[in-house]
Design a protein around this ligand. Structure first.
Ligand code: ATP
Length: 384
């Protein structure tokens, strides 16, 4: 079945808002065993032209936006005109969370579904109606994911290229993130069991390739792997953040259930906060500076003293764009990781030069997640 998403709205083309509806739709369809063939984003003014172009290109067209009181008639009318829709071919679709109802148009050979653009309404209507609109099918799309941390795409590329030839019928996708890369295997199968059987040999090879870089996560997120592992072990984690300003903590707290292991983060941005809340020595702060090995170690020791955490991480660095110097240029970021009753590990985070502030922060967090995971799962010494 060829399914096309048509996202309508000028604000999507000016960058005013991000198109989260088609992302949600794609994920939902895939979870039901279907795949989007095409996504089109159209401005309100351009709608008729885009509809003309899409003729004959879909079995199911799902539109988002342009249904509220201000656009209602225009969008619907344009679609009716473009496809020559009769009244008898239309029926209203219930909107369980809003006032703008949707419309289902059933023509010979294809269907069009008009949904409102407000994300909560769009999502609720997709949840409510999609299964019925899709009907039954013989085979579905399935996916399996293998994640590696601290690995670049290039290291995998030759193997994957060759694997795709050896395993016809399995599509291999590679998705790099700053300190991780995910390999996603996709394919059609009658059921999940059949798909798993078909992909087992390749998954086994992928597991054996870099066994101590693997981490389990449905979306390739190392924080998810750590979240599950800490809950399983019943161990606690605490952070002390300077340059990441709380962003590191958010990687854990965005997940429900994080209170089961995450004690919290002390965002000790100023020198005085490092002293007052973590007991970092004023001598170290003065002589070595806030961005130094001695200070991150002091921060981590402070956490071990002041909390009951089993694992602690401290980070302090110059994220930029200002604040760099010859001795400590932007991107100089120190961190320390400790496990209670073991020694502390500390070191500089390896970062490329001249990264923007956001990238320095994000990459540092990804790197620390990776070395924490490897220490937890494979007893690999951090910063080696
Ligand atoms: P209404 O007019 O009742 O608000 P509508 O169906 O006409 O709803 P739009 O006016 O296009 O939809 O958009 C409503 C809201 O939803 C806007 O805030 C818009 O920015 C947002 N929105 C529209 N399309 C998308 C999309 N693809 N992804 C995320 N948000 C969207």
């Amino acid at each position: 079945m060829r399914i096309v998403a048509l996202m309508i709205g000028d604000e999507l083309l000016t960058g005013e808002i991000a198109d989260t509806n088609s992302h949600f739709l794609a994920e939902k369809l895939f979870s039901l065993g279907y795949r989007l063939s095409l996504k089109v984003t159209a401005s309100d003014r351009d709608l008729f032209y885009q509809l003309e172009r899409l003729k004959g290109e879909f079995d199911l067209l799902i539109t988002s936006g342009g249904l509220g009181p201000t656009h209602d008639d225009v969008t619907k009318e344009t679609i009716e005109k473009a496809f020559g829709v009769k009244d008898s071919e239309e029926r209203a679709l219930v909107n369980p969370v809003g006032s703008a109802s949707g419309t289902l148009i059933t023509k010979e050979g294809y269907k069009i579904v008009l949904l409102p653009g407000v994300p909560t309404e769009f999502q609720a209507m997709v949840e409510m109606h999609m299964r019925e609109l899709l009907g039954k099918k013989e085979s579905s799309c399935f996916a399996r994911r293998v994640n590696y941390c601290l690995l670049s795409e290039e290291k995998l590329a030759p193997f994957l290229q060759e694997a795709e030839e050896r395993f016809p019928g399995i599509e291999v996708g590679v998705y790099p993130k700053s300190s991780a890369v995910s390999v996603v295997l996709r394919g059609e199968a009658v059921d999940k069991e059949f798909f798993d059987k078909k992909t087992d040999p390749l998954v086994k090879e992928l597991y054996e390739r870099f066994p101590t870089l693997l981490f389990p996560s449905a979306k390739g997120d190392m924080a998810e792997a750590i979240h599950e592992e800490l809950l399983r072990r019943g161990e606690k984690l605490a952070l002390a953040e300077s340059c990441t300003g709380g962003a590191f903590a958010e990687r854990f707290t965005r997940r429900s259930g994080a209170s089961g292991y995450f004690l919290g983060s002390i965002v000790s941005y100023a020198d005085s906060a490092k002293e007052d809340f973590l007991g970092v020595s004023s001598k170290d702060l003065k002589e070595e500076g806030a961005v130094s090995q001695a200070v991150v170690e002091g921060m981590a020791e402070g956490l071990l003293k002041k909390t009951k955490a089993d694992w602690v991480i401290a980070i302090s660095g110059i994220a930029g764009p200002d604040g760099g110097s010859v001795e400590k240029p932007v991107g100089t970021i120190w961190a320390a990781i400790g496990k209670r009753d073991e020694r502390l590990y500390s070191g500089l985070i390896p970062l490329r030069k001249n990264l923007p502030r956001k990238a320095n922060i994000e990459r540092s967090i990804e790197y620390l997640l990776a070395i924490l995971w490897r220490k937890m799962a494979f007893s690999i010494t951090p910063f080696t």
